[in-house]
Design a protein around this ligand. Structure first.
Ligand SMILES: [Zn+2]
Length: 111
């Protein structure tokens, strides 16, 4: 596990042997960074893949919304219209559920 340093000004987390010379996000100098302890760093590394999966699910759900809207617009017949409308609504739920998980992870330092 590599060392992680967190910017005390903006919260940006940097990976490396030392803190960055300046924060890539807010531009503050290295002195504003604090090294995360192993528990805090462990949460970030452990949650990395799960957060990526949630983001990919959100992207796919947005694609379902876009496709569903195209199908709704095309409006071939009432059953297709109903199926696309339902798919659009379900994709919204899938997207929001993953966003909720990510928001929870951020609140717990798991990001
Ligand atoms: Zn910063």
């Amino acid at each position: 596990m590599k060392k992680l340093f967190k910017c005390s000004i903006c919260g940006y987390v940097s990976e490396g042997e030392t803190a960055p010379i300046k924060c890539p996000k807010c531009g503050m100098p290295a002195e504003k960074f604090n090294e995360l302890d192993s528990e805090a760093a462990g949460k970030i590394y452990r949650s990395n893949r799960t957060n990526d999966i949630h983001m990919e699910i959100i992207t796919l759900a947005e694609k379902i919304v876009t496709l569903s809207e195209e199908g709704i617009e095309d409006n071939l017949d009432p059953k297709c219209l109903a199926a696309f409308t339902q798919a659009k609504n379900e994709a919204w739920v899938i997207k929001q559920r993953s966003k909720t998980e990510i928001a929870g992870h951020i609140a717990l330092g798991k990001w």
